[in-house]
Write a new protein. Structure first.
Length: 734
């Protein structure tokens, strides 16, 4: 009967074998083999407590059985009683010190206890007794992996495969080691071999996805994770990594769903919380991102990536000092964390601690010389310091590492245009469509005009692409295009439609979003300087190229009445759109001035000031101010830019921060004074008090202190001089 039961056991027919073992034990309760083998069946079924009872009963019959002592250790280990398991293996090895199975299993238990050095020593003893023991080579590789001795681990897996070449587990773990060694193509080959042998190997599919993710082949990585999850829907690790790939593909809502599912399965997974924070940051949901990172850190206080991601969220909230502290905590855990140094540099840049920022980028680049983002961001800080040649060198370094690095191309464009290198600047500026304006790109079936093709006799669509000021500034090119084509259709934002209708050259002006007439080719407005090869000295700079409707000019003239003092239009704030990135919101804050800081201007007795300001928050500043009586606020009656233009036509001078108002004044040929931030927009160039775009403009730029009071003081003096005739305006009725 025992031989029959053992044969059934070997054939995997466990229920039948167990029935026969039980029959034997009814007749012979102390039968060693029946007790021992029945214990093994219970172990295989997961009934570890029952298995332990049977094997211990067998050992009472034969206390010095090597096999039973070894298998008792296996069962105790499965029960989590690791010290007892080690004692059982020790009993076996006391009887036979070179017993390979006991040495192997002892090593596995030591791994469970994270005693990896001792585990390796146990595997080495097993292999000394049996050099071709594939299982020992395999588990030795796992222990060496845990010790980060990856080259040795790889050698162990290769020795395991020499004895057992078709083991998918060895091939999969070998792939993981090759991944860590950044031998990604070899890792993929190892996973592929494992999956050819075992197509339903969910873990190998998932780890293959991780390698594809490291290669930035995110679509393929996603497909691998999806295959893993089709086989194992509750595979939390695959769900987390799937979220990372979705995040990289810009599919943020799907990434959040993947993280949420992972956290349902593993609510205590710090990595899932931290990565979820990354995606929330991308969605500009910074408070939620911060909370997610905090949950990760509550679970794992020494999680360097979560500290760094927390810093990024604080950066998004413009809580820069706290962000620096978060990066410091990340670096305390991981002093070689290049990304934390780079992000710390970005934050120090925002705090205007530029030399410290440069030092942090340098540290990041020492750790990772191929870190394209650190090269880029070092260039940004150098550009802020007006070290333009060095900035361009770092943008170039970033592009050598990553030729299609969109942000580096874009930043180079801005830098080149800022220093007046328009030919190369316009060319690079086309990269804006890959990032800054990716969602606004128009995918017409008609070809894009780049200036090289003859367009005589064709209809060309010229279309606005960015803000109101950009449209006003660059619509100046329409007459030039009209000279080359039979018909120009100009598409603009609705608030500009009536005003732009006064522009020469456009056959038809349409509102963006309305049906378009037929056209043959198209070009965005800000691509026209490239198409027409504009250089600094060939900017089309007519003094006046737009006009307000005459009827509206007369209506405002009647409403304002006789002019007794100079009429000065003012605007003090930009548009703090909530959808903008933190960086753009900061730039908006930098270009804007609190209304009350304009107070010195209002001391000029020969001026009446008129608000040209739009935006609820900025207008609230005016209306809540004790100085509100010094400004005539008629902005409720400014419904579109043609209304604003008509009011401006009745003014003598416009004083404004960098908003569409200055472009409007310049396009109307009206004198304007620009209150300009120190880190100026590229269109105002450097070290100039005039503008090649607008002959009637005068620029008052902050100095390195970035303080507005000095600007306003200079404007106050210039305004006084103007009023006493040092620079005459057109005469007005006194």
């Amino acid at each position: 009967m025992l031989a029959e039961a053992f044969a059934l056991h070997q054939a995997g027919r466990l229920t039948e074998a167990d029935r026969i073992y039980a029959q034997i034990l009814v007749r012979q309760p102390g039968h060693f083999d029946a007790l021992h083998l029945r214990g093994l069946i219970l172990h295989e079924r997961g009934d570890y407590a029952g298995a332990l009872l049977e094997i211990e009963a067998a050992l009472r019959t034969i206390p010095d059985s090597l096999l039973a002592l070894n298998n008792r250790g296996l069962v105790l280990s499965a029960l989590g009683r690791f010290d007892d398991a080690l004692a059982s293996y020790a009993d076996a090895l006391a009887l036979r010190p070179d017993f390979p199975e006991a040495l192997l299993n002892r090593g596995n238990t030591l791994q469970d206890l994270k005693r990896y050095e001792a585990a390796v020593a146990s595997y080495d003893r097993a292999l000394a007794a049996r050099p071709d023991y594939a299982e020992a080579h395999y588990n030795r590789g796992n222990a060496l992996n845990a010790l980060k001795r990856f080259d040795e681990a790889l050698a162990s897996y290769d020795r395991a495969l020499a004895s057992r070449p078709d083991d998918p587990n060895v091939l999969s773990n070998r792939g993981m080691t090759l991944h860590v060694l950044k031998r990604f193509d070899e890792a993929l080959a190892s996973y592929d071999r494992a999956l050819k042998l075992r197509p339903d190997f969910a873990v190998a599919h998932s780890h293959r996805g991780a390698t594809l993710k490291a290669l930035k082949r995110f679509d393929e990585a996603l497909a691998s994770y999806d295959r893993a999850l089709a086989l194992w829907p509750d595979y939390a690790e695959a769900l987390i990594n799937r979220g990372v790939s979705l995040n990289a593909l810009g599919r943020f809502d799907e990434a959040l769903a993947s993280y949420s599912r992972a956290l349902e399965l593993e609510p205590g997974d710090a990595e899932a919380h931290s990565n979820r924070g990354v995606t929330l940051h991308e969605l500009k949901r910074f408070e939620e991102a911060l909370a997610s990172c905090d949950r990760a850190l509550a679970l794992r206080p020494d999680y360097a990536e979560a500290h760094s991601n927390r810093g990024n969220a604080l950066n998004g909230l413009a809580r820069f000092e706290e962000a620096v502290a978060a990066y410091d905590r990340a670096l305390a855990v991981r002093p070689d964390y290049a990304e934390a140094f780079a992000n710390r540099g970005l934050t120090l840049h925002e705090l205007r601690r530029y030399e410290e920022a440069l030092a942090n980028y340098d540290r990041a680049l020492t750790l990772r010389p191929d870190y394209a983002e650190a090269h880029l961001n070092r260039g940004v800080t150098l550009q802020e310091l007006e070290r333009f040649d060095e900035a361009l060198a770092y943008y170039d370094a970033a592009l050598k590492l990553r030729p299609n690095f969109v942000q580096a191309h874009y930043n180079e464009a801005i830098c080149r245009m800022l220093i007046g290198d328009f030919p190369r600047g316009w060319e690079k500026y086309e990269w804006r469509w890959e990032k800054e304006l990716a969602t606004a790109k128009r995918n017409f079936s008609q070809p894009l005009w780049t200036g090289s093709d003859e367009i005589s006799g064709k209809t060309i669509l010229l279309h606005a692409e960015q803000g109101f000021g950009d449209t006003i500034q660059f619509c100046r090119y329409v007459p030039l295009v009209a000279r080359r084509a039979a018909r120009v259709v100009l598409e603009v934002q609705k608030p500009l439609h009536e005003l732009i209708g006064t522009l020469a050259g456009a056959t038809q002006v349409v509102v963006r979003g309305d049906p378009l007439p037929a056209f043959d080719i198209h070009c965005p407005l800000l691509s026209l300087p490239l198409a027409l090869k504009t250089q600094l000295d060939t900017i089309p700079s007519e003094v006046r190229y737009l006009a307000a409707p005459e009827s509206k000019i007369r209506a405002w003239c009647d409403r304002l009445g006789n002019r007794h003092r100079a009429r000065i239009g003012i605007a003090w704030a930009g548009n703090p759109r909530k959808e903008l990135s933190a960086r753009h919101r900061i730039l908006d804050q930098q270009r804007s001035i609190e209304f009350d800081r304009l107070e010195p201007l209002f001391h000029e007795p020969n001026c009446d000031f008129y608000s040209l300001q739009k935006g609820d928050d900025a207008i609230r500043q005016l209306r809540d101010s004790q100085l509100c009586h010094r400004v005539i606020d008629l902005t409720d009656d400014l419904h579109d830019f043609s209304d604003t233009a008509a009011l401006v036509e009745n003014l003598d001078l416009v004083i404004s921060v960098d908003t569409a108002v200055v472009h409007l004044a310049g396009a109307l040929g009206k004198p304007f004074w620009l209150l300009n931030r120190y880190n100026t927009c590229w269109r105002w160039l450097l070290d100039r008090e005039d503008s090649p775009w607008y002959p009637t403009g005068r620029l008052f730029r902050q100095d390195q202190t970035r303080d507005w009071d000095g600007v306003i003081a200079r404007v106050r003096v210039a305004l006084h001089d103007l009023m006493v005739g040092a620079q005459g305006l057109e005469p007005w009725t006194r």
